[in-house]
Design a protein around this ligand. Structure first.
Ligand code: ATP
Ligand code: MG
Length: 194
C-alpha cells in the first residue's frame, strides 16, 4: 500500500489557522493519509527576518496540530543543518511506499523560479497549488510538472500580521489556536522585551 503524504512547508513564524485549515482541506480533497507541516530550519530567503527560533516555531506547530486528524508537524528540516531546500526535504521524506504531494500557496508557486534544485523537484512530488478565493491562476514554472489545484477558503491571516499584533500588544484570539497563544505567552515570543 502506497502512503499518500502531503508536505506543507513554511516558516510558521508563528503558525496560524490559515495553515491548519489548508492542511485539513488538502488532505480531504486529495484523500491523503497524512499532511506534514514542515518547519523550515533555516529559511534562506527570509534570513534576518525570522523572529522565533526553529525550536520554538516547531513547538508551536506541534501544539497547533494536536488533535487534528492526519495532520502532523515535521522536524526534518529543523534537524538538518544548512539552508532548507525543498528537493532535499522531499528526498528525506520520500520512500518506495510513499507518494508525496508538495502543497504550495499561489505566492509560493510564483516564487518557485528562485528555488535551488528546482529541476530535481519535478520527479519527487506532485505539486498541489492551493488557490485561495481571489488568487490568480498559477502553475509551476516550465514543463514536466505533475500539478493539481485545490480551492481553499481565504482566511485573511498571516504570520506577518500576527507578529505586528503581538509587538503592538494587540489580541490574536480567533486567528491562532488557543494552545498556541498560551505557548507564545509562556515563552515570551514576539513581544518586546522590557
Ligand atoms: P509570513 O507573513 O511571515 O510570510 P505566512 O503567514 O505567509 O508568513 P508562511 O510560513 O510563509 O506563513 O506560509 C507557509 C505556507 O502557508 C505557504 O505556502 C503559504 O502560501 C501558506 N499560507 C500562508 N498564509 C495562509 C493562509 N492565510 N491561508 C492558507 N495558506 C496560507
Ligand atoms: Mg508567507
Amino acid at each position: 500500500m502506497t502512503e499518500r503524504i502531503g508536505v506543507l512547508g513554511g516558516t510558521f513564524d508563528p503558525v496560524h489557522h490559515g495553515h491548519v485549515a489548508t492542511a485539513v482541506d488538502v488532505r480531504h480533497a486529495l484523500g491523503l493519509d497524512r499532511v506534514l507541516l514542515v518547519v523550515a530550519g533555516d529559511p534562506w530567503q527570509k534570513r534576518g527576518r525570522v523572529v522565533a527560533s526553529a525550536e520554538d516555531r516547531l513547538a508551536l506547530v506541534r501544539c497547533a496540530v494536536e488533535g487534528v486528524d492526519g495532520v502532523e508537524a515535521s522536524a526534518v528540516e529543523v534537524e538538518r543543518t544548512g539552508p532548507s531546500v525543498t528537493a532535499d526535504t522531499l528526498e528525506a521524506l520520500g520512500g518506495p511506499d510513499r507518494e508525496l504531494f508538495l502543497v504550495l500557496g499561489a505566492d509560493a508557486v510564483a516564487n518557485m523560479g528562485t528555488w535551488r534544485r528546482l529541476e530535481d523537484t519535478k520527479a519527487l512530488a506532485t505539486v498541489v497549488v492551493v488557490e485561495r478565493a481571489g488568487d490568480l491562476d498559477v502553475d509551476p514554472p516550465g514543463a514536466g510538472w505533475r500539478a493539481v489545484h485545490v480551492r481553499v477558503p481565504r482566511l485573511d491571516v498571516s504570520s506577518t500580521d500576527l507578529r505586528a499584533r503581538l509587538a503592538a500588544g494587540r489580541p490574536i484570539d480567533g486567528l491562532v489556536p488557543p494552545g498556541v497563544i498560551a505557548m507564545i505567552r509562556s515563552r515570551h515570543l514576539y513581544t518586546p522585551t522590557r
